[in-house]
Ligand binder design. Structure first.
Ligand SMILES: *[C@@H]1O[C@H](CO)[C@@H](O)[C@H](O)[C@H]1NC(C)=O
Ligand SMILES: *[C@@H]1O[C@H](CO)[C@@H](O)[C@H](O)[C@H]1NC(C)=O
Ligand SMILES: *[C@@H]1O[C@H](CO)[C@@H](O)[C@H](O)[C@H]1NC(C)=O
Ligand SMILES: *[C@@H]1O[C@H](CO)[C@@H](O)[C@H](O)[C@H]1NC(C)=O
Ligand SMILES: *[C@@H]1O[C@H](CO)[C@@H](O)[C@H](O)[C@H]1NC(C)=O
Ligand SMILES: *[C@@H]1O[C@H](CO)[C@@H](O)[C@H](O)[C@H]1NC(C)=O
Ligand SMILES: *[C@@H]1O[C@H](CO)[C@@H](O)[C@H](O)[C@H]1NC(C)=O
Ligand SMILES: *[C@@H]1O[C@H](CO)[C@@H](O)[C@H](O)[C@H]1NC(C)=O
Length: 527
């Protein structure tokens, strides 16, 4: 075929795709000194449909600092003659060769957290159509198709006040007064129900306790350095089981629990919000002798138990020591969860320790947000591409080290980055503006979507080999074989100039693309 024929077919396919899938584009609002945000109101919200590319074609989606948001392009698969490029371009090309013969981890999903704060902000949107647009944006087939959610068991700092379940009566070791709270019944459960209804894939819900009631703890308070009193080890196990029972009864089955949020933090630092400290040794004992047997002996024995739930840097100290002291704990643990804060201080090679010593355990990233550090004076920065890049960089790294899920923190926050009873405001991919009847989709939202939407549950990571001119730095890249018989390749260009990339899956499955400066592109190719 001549080049002319290619061009005609390309145009026809573009028209076909645009005709069948007319999607609302981003209603962009330029933020001074930053990138854009996309504005959703009761009657308008941007959409993105994932259509499976037909044989011999590819579909690519790009978001960039310059303002692209899931900009869709399509074309025919090559072999691409390098002679189509100018000489200068062809010497600067970076080739990514995807090897579908070498397969790594299976992906469980992507998502964010239904904290009290997220659910209160969501419900504060007075128009039900606006609330629906927010749920659709995250979980719908015209949204970024999240399929996992983390839920605090009781309160955390992203609540309007500190609390746990069964705060009163005190010393109620049999938890005879255990009940969910108005936060569950009025906010979190309604939001989770709306999510379940919108999502095509089953939603995996992960529960985490920040602090049990003060009476179970050495400091008799929700906040501050503390440990669990030994006489309440069984009670704390039952506390988790009762949460799972109550949520299941309310129509929200639980997929897994973690073994307490940031246990090292709660042990060593003066934290200013709900926490519970654990030594590795006592945590091992609690899992091996109380939590594990309690769950195993219940009707919820399929529940996943994820240990650590703390920063990556604590893995060698915490996990290894816990298992060393109480190796029986291993039989109850399905995997470990890590948080993304201070990842710059801890090499991702720490994940390889787990893979090497505990090959049957999986790893998920269970919490991430930006604007959290003490030096972040401005908690919410609208339109920040730098913050989207912080997510993107970490997700690429984690996926390339075999993590199976990546969960963001609060699904939505208000303009101050709250509510948070402890004053620990942070940023979020969606900021709600109740007064103006709208919510704003930040660059971070699209950063998440480039992975969550195109790497459905059951996808398997495959090997990618990069060949580039020596004077260029590496592109960030990762590729998956999806259950839809496609290869999804995601690539980020960090440079402040356009780069030409060739993605090659087989001899007759090549895509040649220009990657604009500071942009993320997801390319889907049928196999
Ligand atoms: C909602 O957003 C759309 C698209 O930006 C705009 O045309 C419309 O006027 C907005 N509606 C209201 C009530 O602000
Ligand atoms: C190709 O590169 C050379 C040297 O870097 C430069 O002088 C020339 O203008 C470039 N040509 C094009 C078409 O960009
Ligand atoms: C908990 O229940 C057990 C068995 O029913 C009972 O013996 C025990 O006294 C109860 N403990 C408390 C603190 O109520
Ligand atoms: C549990 O809490 C809900 C909501 O606050 C309340 O309606 C219900 O009566 C409580 N149940 C018990 C057994 O206390
Ligand atoms: C398992 O549960 C049964 C019934 O709930 C109880 O009688 C038994 O003591 C439990 N066993 C263990 C090891 O907890
Ligand atoms: C809910 O929205 C109102 C404005 O409509 C605002 O004053 C209030 O602070 C919001 N609540 C929260 C928790 O952000
Ligand atoms: C991809 O495959 C899954 C599982 O077979 C299916 O449920 C889903 O609808 C497919 N997605 C698309 C966009 O066709
Ligand atoms: C870089 O790519 C963008 C988007 O494709 C394009 O608009 C722009 O002109 C390109 N810049 C250069 C210098 O080629």
């Amino acid at each position: 075929m001549s080049l002319f024929n290619y061009v005609v077919i390309f145009i026809l396919i573009s028209l076909w795709i645009n005709g069948i899938y007319s999607e609302n584009p981003c209603a962009a609002r330029q933020i001074k000194g930053q990138s854009i945000v996309c504005v959703c109101n009761s009657t308008y919200c941007d959409e993105i449909v994932r259509s499976i590319p037909r044989e011999g074609t590819y579909i690519a989606y790009t978001s960039s600092e310059a303002g692209a948001r899931f900009r869709k392009t399509t074309g025919l698969l090559g072999p691409n003659e390098d002679s189509l490029l100018s000489h200068n371009e062809s010497v600067r090309i970076t080739t990514l060769t995807v090897n579908t013969g070498k397969v790594f981890q299976r992906i469980e999903g992507f998502g964010g957290a239904v904290t009290d704060a997220a659910a209160i902000n969501w419900k504060n949107l007075t128009d039900p159509r606006l609330r629906q647009n927010l749920i659709k944006s995250y979980f719908g087939t015209s949204g970024i198709e999240y399929n996992m959610v983390r839920v605090p068991i009781g309160g955390c700092d992203f609540s309007t006040h500190p609390y746990a379940y069964n705060d009163v009566p005190e010393y109620d070791a049999n938890l005879t007064h255990f009940n969910l709270t108005s936060e569950d019944y009025e906010y979190k459960i309604p939001m989770l129900k709306a999510i379940k209804q919108e999502s095509r894939a089953p939603i995996y819900v992960l529960g985490t306790t920040w602090s049990p009631p003060g009476w179970m703890k050495t400091n008799h308070a929700l906040v501050g350095p503390s440990h669990l009193l030994p006489q309440y080890y069984q009670t704390y196990a039952d506390y988790h089981l009762k949460f799972v029972q109550k949520y299941t009864e309310a129509g929200i089955p639980i997929w897994g629990i973690t073994t307490t949020n940031e246990p090292v933090n709660g042990d060593f630092l003066i934290v200013k919000f709900n926490s519970l400290g654990w030594t590795a040794k006592n945590m091992g004992k609690w899992i091996a002798e109380y939590l594990g047997p309690t769950i195993q002996n219940s009707t919820f024995r399929g529940l996943k138990i994820l240990a650590v739930d703390d920063q990556r840097i604590t893995i060698p100290y915490f996990y290894s020591l816990m298992i060393k002291e109480h190796p029986q704990a291993l039989q109850y643990i399905d995997g470990i969860a890590v948080h993304f804060y201070y990842d710059m201080l801890s090499p991702p090679e720490l994940f390889s320790l787990i893979a090497k010593h505990y090959p049957d355990k999986f790893i998920i990233s269970s919490e991430a947000c930006v604007g959290n550090y003490p030096w972040d004076i401005q908690k919410v920065i609208l339109g920040s591409w730098q913050r989207a890049y912080t997510y993107i960089h970490d997700i690429f790294q984690d996926l390339n080290y075999n993590l199976v899920s990546w969960l963001d923190w609060n699904l939505c926050l208000n303009k101050e980055g709250g509510p948070n009873w402890a004053g620990n405001m942070v940023d979020s991919p969606i900021i709600v503006d109740t007064e103006n009847g709208e919510f704003l989709k930040q660059p971070m939202f699209y950063a998440m979507g480039h992975f969550s939407k195109f790497v459905p549950r059951g996808s398997r990571r495959v090997e990618v080999m990069e060949s580039k001119p020596f004077y260029y730095r590496s592109l960030l890249h990762v590729a998956f074989l999806t259950p839809n018989n496609t290869v999804t390749t995601i690539v980020y260009n960090k440079d402040c100039f356009n780069r030409t990339v060739k993605v090659k899956v087989g001899n007759y499955q090549e895509v040649l693309l220009s990657l604009e400066a500071k942009s993320i592109t997801t390319i889907e190719i049928p196999v």
